[in-house]
Design a protein around this ligand. Structure first.
Ligand code: ZN
Ligand code: ZN
Length: 403
């Protein structure tokens, strides 16, 4: 179980405690008392991990090989069946004027009807049979997948990043024919999206209501869908994932895990933790060997620099941990995917605390679960890529190296 961005740095306002140190977390502390603790560098010491690269590492894959960009994981996360070699992009629905100036990158934070707009985009045809797969995500977000021959992810973004600028012509980032071709296709898609969407009935209605129309799509974050060995082949374990964000679901999906969708899981501090608990309990009673769980709210509070929210959310996450006690005969690993310190409002490379509970664990002397006390535990300091090896060994499922 990964409490996203839970780890932090000491804060003056908390008497130089971290939010996890200051929070009341009796259930996590119990895990520490009855388990083995340590700290973990999700990728390597000092490397500022993204949620995606960290989870890839924690699942035992090398993010430097597997991670080609955010696009493929976002696309998989919203349910596109991506194939190795596909080029995937994150997209915004945005508002452009006739001169191609982006007036609103988030198209008035459009909430409804993007599925209809996506259908229109999917009707775009491209030369030489390159296939377009476009799917809406939450709000103004969407994904674009290009499938075909001789494509490349070495292309720039169409998103100008700021309102009031013209959309950026996509350029090849290397000299290859593939990159040139892909850049050309993307420019065509962006232009055609404006032609198709500007008069779409939904946008007419938005204009009548005084809302910004979602009349152009702006791709960014290109990535080629990587080749990855299926989690089940790599470990012989049947895995499922309970996560809130498309990014984490996408990682699980690309490694072949089943995705369990939870109603009311928002990825924020307002998420429905009761439904998440129920989802975990239900899924654990099914025929799975491994569950990856990600709860996102603490990371959001960290990015917002909101100490109170972060502390309170950690306490709520602690209640979730407490409710999983009913599960039997399993190994439970609790950690974070990176630190998201309140003072930085972004991820840092500080190590995160980690605890493992389960049968035949060499229980250490750590009595509470937080960044500093966990560093005195029996696991010492490990990397994210060590977790699956340790787990496989504990489960007596690893193969011996040597005689
Ligand atoms: Zn994260
Ligand atoms: Zn984050």
């Amino acid at each position: 179980m990964v409490i996203d961005g839970m780890a932090d740095r000491p804060l003056e306002e908390l008497g130089y405690k971290t939010p996890l140190e200051a929070a009341k977390t009796p259930n996590m502390d119990k895990l520490a008392k009855t388990g083995i603790c340590g700290i973990m560098d999700p990728i390597k010491p000092g490397i500022r991990a993204g949620s995606d690269t960290s989870h890839i590492s924690i699942l035992g894959y090398d993010p430097y090989q597997v991670y080609t960009g955010r696009g493929p994981f976002e696309a998989a996360g919203v349910g596109v069946d991506v194939l190795e070699g596909d080029i995937a992009f994150r997209c915004n629905f945005s508002t452009a004027n006739d001169d191609g100036i982006i007036i609103d990158r988030r198209a008035g934070r459009i909430r409804e009807g993007t599925d209809e707009l996506a259908e229109a985009i999917n009707s775009i045809t491209l030369e030489d049979n390159t296939e377009i797969i476009f799917k809406e995500s939450t709000g103004h977000r969407a994904v674009l997948v290009l499938r075909g021959k001789n494509l490349s992810d070495q292309v720039s973004a169409a998103d100008p990043k700021y309102d009031g600028k013209k959309w950026t012509k996509v350029l090849a980032l290397d000299d290859s024919k593939e990159a040139q071709k892909t850049a050309g296709i993307l420019n065509e898609v962006v232009e055609k999206s404006y032609q198709i969407l500007k008069d779409h009935p939904l946008n007419q209605k938005r204009l009548e209501n005084g809302e910004n129309p979602a009349n152009i799509i702006l791709p960014r974050g290109a990535g080629a869908v990587p080749h990855v060995q299926a989690f089940s082949d790599k470990y012989g374990l049947k895995g499922a994932c309970i996560a809130e964000t498309g990014l984490i679901k996408g990682i699980a999906k690309i490694v072949g895990m089943d995705i369990v969708d939870i109603e009311g899981a928002t990825g924020g501090i307002d998420t429905n933790l009761g439904n998440i608990v129920q989802g975990i309990l239900d899924t654990s009673s099914e025929d799975y060997d491994f569950l990856l769980i990600n709860i996102d709210g603490a990371d959001e509070a960290g990015h917002d620099g909101n100490t109170k929210d972060k502390l309170e959310f950690i306490q709520k996450a602690d209640e979730v941990v407490g409710k999983l006690n009913a599960m039997e005969d399993f190994y439970f690993i609790l950690t974070a995917d990176h630190s998201t310190p309140i003072s930085v409002k972004d991820h840092t490379g500080d190590p995160v605390p980690l605890v493992i509970n389960g049968p035949e664990i060499r229980v250490d002397d750590v009595e509470s679960f937080n960044e500093r006390s966990a560093s005195k535990g029996g696991l010492c300091r490990i990397r994210g890529s060590d977790i699956m090896n340790i787990l496989m060994d504990l489960m007596n499922k690893s193969t011996k190296f040597g005689a």
